[in-house]
Design a protein around this ligand. Structure first.
Ligand code: KIV
Ligand code: NA
Length: 261
């Protein structure tokens, strides 16, 4: 049965599992694997659309993929990312959230940032939109942070991230993603927050965990960040199978008698 926002709100200390998914087959697999929540992340821009970053992803693209993921996982709590600049004002954020929840079938939205987005998060939650926060490395504004790298190493950075997480909680966020921060900082934030933290590259002490579907299955190129554990050499296995198909058709092995009418 699909979890409720309240179930996540009372999940502090439970080891919940989030996984991204972006379409019918990946969401179907995530649901059958028994994840607690699916994130239709704007990482889809990179792993399924081939963009160099999440910046170009549009609301229409998020909606298209959210609908497909929902069809694949009708029983799983589903969070959709608000894309870059879709929450620059509260009006825009409400418009985007309305579409992702009503048309897309999402249960909640996620957006990036701390104190600077607290007012938007408050406006959304007051309107009845469940919001997941996202601090640390925030890919939509990675350029401002100097690239895809560890955040919160310096004390003033760590302080900014902690303050941001607290501001998100005070604004009504039901949880906070912590991306690429030192494990000890994630531990401290997890202890300070009443809502659950969701780690990615944040060490073992967060309440929940999230990874990108294509990273878990080895389906996104050779580069593997340190925080990813690859549970399958997907690309290699897919290539072997596809190569065999190509060979067999060329050699007249497929289709055989058993595939024919
Ligand atoms: O877009 C995404 O997949 C994300 C997760 C990595 C947290 O935001
Ligand atoms: Na994202």
């Amino acid at each position: 049965m699909r979890r409720t926002v309240k179930a996540f709100r009372t999940s502090k200390g439970k080891r919940l599992v989030y996984l991204t998914a972006y379409d019918y087959p990946s969401a179907r697999l995530a649901e059958r694997a028994g994840v607690d929540a699916i994130l239709v992340g704007d990482s889809l821009g990179m792993v399924v659309l081939g963009y160099p970053s999440t910046v170009p992803v549009t609301l229409e693209e998020m909606l298209h993929h959210t609908k497909a993921a929902r069809r694949g996982a009708p029983e799983t709590f589903l969070v959709a990312d608000l894309p870059y600049l879709a929450y620059a004002t509260l009006d825009r954020a409400l418009f985007a959230a309305e579409r992702l929840l009503k048309e897309g079938g999402a249960d909640a939205v996620k957006l990036e940032g701390g104190e600077e987005v607290a007012e938007i998060v408050q406006g959304l939650t007051r309107a009845g939109v469940p919001v997941l926060g996202h601090m640390g490395l925030t890919p939509q504004t990675a350029s401002l942070l100097g690239g895809y790298k560890l955040q919160g190493k310096r004390p003033e950075e760590a302080e900014r991230i902690l303050r941001g997480a607290l501001a998100l909680e005070a604004a009504g966020a039901y949880g906070v993603v912590l991306e690429m921060v030192p494990a000890l900082l994630a531990k401290e934030i997890t202890e300070r927050l009443a809502v659950h933290t969701v780690g990615i590259g944040a060490g073992p002490h967060t309440d929940a965990q999230v990874l990108v579907f294509h990273d878990v299955l080895g389906l996104y190129g050779e580069f593997q960040p340190r925080f990813v554990k690859r549970y399958l050499e997907g690309e290699r296995l897919f290539l072997e199978a596809l190569g065999q198909y190509v060979r067999e058709v060329r050699e007249g092995v497929f289709p055989g008698q058993e595939h024919s009418f």
